[in-house]
Write a protein that binds this ligand. Structure first.
Ligand code: ADP
Ligand code: MG
Length: 358
C-alpha cells in the first residue's frame, strides 16, 4: 500500500537556486516523518509543494491517495497545514478565527462554535479567546495556527517548524498534541531544525540539504551509521588531561578529542560497559581523578554534523517565549535573496519579543 504521503523526484528552482533537487519521500499512514535540515535546505518548499501551494518544475506527489498536481482541491480537503506561512487573521479574535475555519469547512454554526471552544481550551488560549490575534505573542499565534489546522481532523497534517521559538513548556504541550493526533491515526510530516524534536516525535527522519535528501532512517539507524559509542571522561584537574589522553588512546578506536576548558576527553570505542570498567581501573591506577565518566551513543547532533558538515548551532537570543534549545542555522543563504519563509519566521520571532508579555 502506498504511504499517506508519497513524493518522487520533486524539483523546484527559483531563478538559479535549486530549492528542490529531486526529493523522494514516503510516509506510511499513521506515522510521523521528520524533515530535518539547516536553513535554506528546502524544507518549506517541500511542504508547499505537497500542500498544493507551489507547483514543482517536475516530479510527482500523492497525498492521502490523491494526485497533488492533478487534483489540488481534493488534496486541500484532506490535509491540515500549520506553519511559517499559515494564515491567522490578525483582526479576528482567536475564537472567531477558529469559527471561521469551521464555516469554511461547512460545519454547522453550532458545531463550529463547540469545536472552537474545545480547541481554545486544549491549546491554553481560552483566556485570550476574545482578543484579536494581533495582540497574541508569537507562541500564542503558533498555538492558534495549529488549532486552526485541527478544526476538521484531517488524515494528513503538515507542520512547518511548529515549535520554532517556543519555550520548553509550550514545545512540550505541542509535542503532546502531535502525539495524540498520531495515536488517533493522523499522518504527520513535520519540518524542524530541532534535532531533539525529530528524535522525540518522528518515526522516520529525512535529512535534507541543498534540496536533496542526504540521509533517511529512524533516529537510531542514523545514529548507528554515524558511528558507535564513545567514552567521555571529565578529569579532576587540568594536569591530568595528558595522562588521561594516553590511557584513552590505548583503548580507543580513533582520535581522542580534548576540550581543555571543561577537562573533557572523548574517544570512540567498541566494547561497551566492560571496556568502560577497564578504562576506569587504568585511570585510577595512574592516579587520574575522574569527575565524570560514561559511555555515550552518538546524538542526532553528531549525525547532523557528520552529514551536513556543520553543527546545528545553539541560538541563545530570542523572545520571552524563547529560552529554548537552539535551532540549527546555516551561515548565510545560498541565494542571498530576500523574502521567503525565513522572513516570516523572523517576523514571528519579533512578535514574540514585542508581545510575549501579553
Ligand atoms: N519564493 C522564493 N523565491 C526565491 N527563492 C526561494 C523562494 N522560496 C524559497 N527560496 C529559496 O529556496 C531555498 C530553499 O528554501 P526553503 O524551502 O524555504 O528552505 P528551508 O525551509 O529548509 O529553510 C533557499 O535557498 C531559499 O532562499
Ligand atoms: Mg522553512
Amino acid at each position: 500500500m502506498p504511504g499517506a504521503i508519497h513524493a518522487e523526484g520533486l524539483v523546484k528552482t527559483f531563478g538559479d537556486v535549486r530549492a528542490l533537487d529531486g526529493v523522494d519521500l514516503d510516509v506510511p499512514e499513521g506515522t510521523v516523518l521528520g524533515l530535518l535540515g539547516p536553513n535554506g535546505a528546502g524544507k518549506t518548499t517541500t511542504v508547499r509543494v505537497l500542500t498544493t501551494l507551489l507547483r514543482p518544475d517536475s516530479g510527482k506527489a500523492v497525498v492521502a491517495g490523491i494526485d497533488v498536481l492533478k487534483h489540488p482541491n481534493e488534496v486541500r480537503r484532506a490535509i491540515g497545514l500549520s506553519g511559517q506561512f499559515a494564515a491567522v487573521d490578525e483582526y479576528l479574535t482567536g475564537r472567531e478565527n477558529l469559527h471561521m475555519v469551521g464555516q469554511l469547512y461547512q460545519m454547522s454554526g453550532r458545531a463550529a462554535k463547540a469545536r472552537a471552544v474545545e480547541l481554545l481550551d486544549r491549546f491554553h488560549l481560552a483566556d485570550a479567546a476574545d482578543r484579536p490575534a494581533k495582540t497574541y505573542s508569537g507562541g500564542m499565534r503558533r498555538r492558534l495556527d495549529l488549532a486552526a489546522a485541527l478544526v476538521v481532523s484531517p488524515p494528513v497534517m503538515f507542520m512547518d517548524e511548529p515549535t520554532t521559538g517556543l519555550d520548553p513548556r509550550n514545545r512540550q504541550q505541542l509535542w503532546d498534541v502531535i502525539q495524540e493526533l498520531v495515536a488517533g491515526g493522523t499522518t504527520v510530516l513535520l519540518t524542524t531544525q530541532y534535532l531533539e524534536e525529530a528524535d522525540h516525535l518522528a518515526h522516520d527522519i529525512c535529512v535534507v540539504d541543498h534540496g536533496k535528501v542526504i540521509a533517511r532512517g529512524t533516529a537510531d539507524q542514523l545514529k548507528v551509521r554515524t558511528g558507535g559509542e564513545r567514552v567521555e571522561v571529565v578529569v579532576h584537574r587540568p594536569e591530568q588531561i595528558e595522562p588521561a589522553r594516553a590511557v584513552l588512546t590505548g583503548f580507543g578506536k580513533g582520535e581522542v578529542a580534548v576540550e581543555t576548558h571543561t577537562r573533557k576527553l572523548t574517544v570512540p570505542v567498541t566494547g561497551g560497559a566492560k571496556l568502560l570498567a577497564e578504562v576506569i581501573r587504568e585511570l585510577d591506577s595512574r592516579g587520574v581523578g575522574i569527575d565524570d565518566i560514561g559511555l555515550r551513543r552518538p546524538t542526532l547532533d553528531d549525525v547532523f554534523i557528520s552529514l551536513t558538515g556543520h553543527a546545528a548551532e545553539r541560538d541563545e537570543e530570542g523572545g520571552p517565549e524563547s529560552g529554548a534549545p537552539g535551532r540549527g542555522r546555516r551561515d548565510g543563504r545560498r541565494d542571498g535573496g530576500s523574502g521567503g519563509p525565513r522572513d516570516d519566521r523572523d517576523a514571528d520571532r519579533d512578535a514574540d519579543r514585542k508581545e510575549g508579555v501579553a
